[in-house]
Design a protein around this ligand. Structure first.
Ligand code: ZN
Length: 61
């Protein structure tokens, strides 16, 4: 069986995380793969005491 070797120099960041902040309670966390321009995502607050849904609109600028 053949074997290939890969190192850290062969890696690439394929997932972009976005800092989000709940507009209700101010909780902040990172959302992965929520970076499609012009897209509105529906997120749920990660704070157990809040857990409200809100929209996050992602755009280029
Ligand atoms: Zn919240």
């Amino acid at each position: 069986m053949k074997r290939i070797y890969r190192h850290y120099s062969d890696t690439e960041v394929t997932q972009l995380s976005t800092y989000v902040k709940c507009p209700y309670c101010g909780e902040e966390w990172l959302e992965a793969d929520k970076d499609e321009c012009g897209t509105t995502y529906v997120l749920t607050c990660e704070n157990e005491d809040c857990e409200k849904e809100f929209e996050m609109h992602f755009d280029a600028s």
